[in-house]
Structure formats: C-alpha cells, structure tokens
Design a protein around this ligand. Structure first.
Ligand code: CDP
Length: 244
C-alpha cells in the first residue's frame, strides 16, 4: 500500500553535534508535535549486528537484522524506545561500539530501505519533527518545513563532550565512569566525528546533504533557544499554525 506523505512533518538534518536532537525535542514540544530520532533506528540495527556477531560487510545479513528493529513513540510522554527482536535496546545504542559500527551499517542501501520504510510508517499520520541525515531528501521529500543545521567541527566536538559528561549513556569508553576528558580523548572524539561525517556525506544512498529546499542554519552563532525560536517562527508560517 502506498501512503500519501503528510506535508506537516518537519525535517531536521545535519551532522553530529549540531544540536539537532535538543532543538528537535524543544521544537516538537512548542509545536505540539512528536519528535522522532531516526538515528536511534540505525543505532538499533548496529546494536543487533553486534549482538548477533554479524559480519558488517555482509549486506544481506545486516538487512535481516534491520527487519527485526521496531520503534515506539509514546503519544503522551513523547518518549521513544527502539527494539531489536522485541528487546528494548534503547539504553545500549549510544555505546562507543555501536557508534563505531553505525556508519558502516547505515551505508548499506538495503538496510536504509528497511529503515526508511519504518520511519515513513511511524510518521504517516503527520505531526512529527524527525531528525537525521536524509529526512528532507528521502523520508519527508514533500515536507513544507525542512531545516539543515550545521556548525564547525570544533564547536560540535565541544558540544558532544558536554553531552557525554552530562548523559551517562554517552561515554568516552565502554568502561569509563564520568571524568574530565584527556587531550587524547578529545582528539579521538574529534576524529571519530569527522570520520562519521565523511562516511555519512560520501555514501551513495541517502547521503548527508541539505535538501535543495531546506533552510540552512549555522547553529555555531546561535544558542539552542534562539535556534528553536527561529525554526518555530518558520514552521508557524509555513504550516499555518496558530502561534503560542
Ligand atoms: O546523535 P548523533 O549525531 O551522534 O548520531 P545519530 O543521529 O544517532 O545517528 C547515528 C548514525 O546513524 C549517523 O552517523 C548516520 O550514519 C546514521 N543515520 C543515517 O544514516 N540516517 C539517518 N536518518 C539518521 C542517522
């Protein structure tokens, strides 16, 4: 069955550390929409591959894993959970091992096709702010509101460090307890982000790129609140919503 895409979904794309998830969460709340972190679905595939000791170069095997990933977004609380083979793997998807494997898994066209179908089905009723890499280009090609958030590598590294220090699910190494990062850890993190950006931008299917009709915002010069306010104003106009 082909579903008509609802044009009131909001697309937010951009590289790691641009504040996409925080901005998406706050924007969704302000609009009375639900937020969808699509990266979590690719992370769940990556988690499944690690659990099943799947060869990450084997596209067919990774795709079988992808078919066992499901997602739930609670309509009341907005909380999102991802499952692999019925098991809630949400607490494990931000581990360094999963992060390392995810770009490789996300490069595979057949895996992406399964994920894009899952993402489209999840948001079919409209009223979602979804963030990822190919939302404006592939998942919501007809959305009226598309944004591409960017910032320099240095700013993004600093933001991700802060996130790691504040959120126990983001850790510098699998065994680490929260502590001040060393220079080497910061340099490694910067390199990991740069490599992941490059892999995301270079892949043939669903690469990280601003949709031609996306509004590009450099979040390096804005606070989170200013960014949300800017996006909100545009959404209100484009979606013809009554402002708060
Ligand atoms: O939060 P962070 O920026 O670290 O990444 P994420 O949004 O959790 O996404 C993790 C990875 O999933 C990305 O580096 C991409 O390789 C992949 N991804 C994708 O290919 N397409 C999406 N729509 C979302 C994520």
């Amino acid at each position: 069955m082909i579903m008509e895409e609802k044009t009131n979904n909001v697309a937010i794309d951009g590289p790691a550390g641009t504040g996409k998830s925080t901005v998406s969460k706050l924007l969704a709340k302000k609009l009375g929409f639900l937020m969808f972190d699509t990266g979590a679905t690719y992370r769940a595939v990556s988690y499944g591959c690690i659990e099943c000791k799947t060869d990450l170069t084997d596209e067919a095997a990774c795709t079988e894993i992808a078919r066992k990933v499901t997602v739930e977004i609670n309509k009341e609380s907005g909380e999102q959970r991802v499952f692999f083979d019925g098991k809630d793997c949400t607490p494990y998807i931000r581990s360094p091992e999963v992060t390392k494997a995810v770009s490789q898994v996300a490069t595979k066209p057949a895996v992406r096709s399964v994920m894009v179908n899952l993402q489209k089905a999840t948001t079919a009723c409209g009223g979602f702010v979804a963030e990822g890499r190919d939302i404006g280009t592939v998942v919501f090609p007809n959305a009226k509101c598309k944004f591409y958030l960017d910032a320099s590598l240095e700013i993004r590294t600093q933001r991700r460090l802060k996130q790691m220090q504040e959120d126990a699910t983001y850790q510098l190494s699998s065994s680490s307890t929260p502590k001040e990062p060393t220079e080497k850890e910061i340099a490694d993190l910067r390199e990991t982000i740069a490599l992941r950006d490059e892999a995301d931008k270079k892949r043939a299917v669903g690469p990280l790129v601003a949709a031609p009709d996306a509004i590009v915002i450099d979040t390096g010069s804005f606070t989170i609140d200013q960014t949300v306010e800017e996006l909100y104003k545009i959404c209100v106009t484009k979606l013809d919503i009554k402002s708060e």
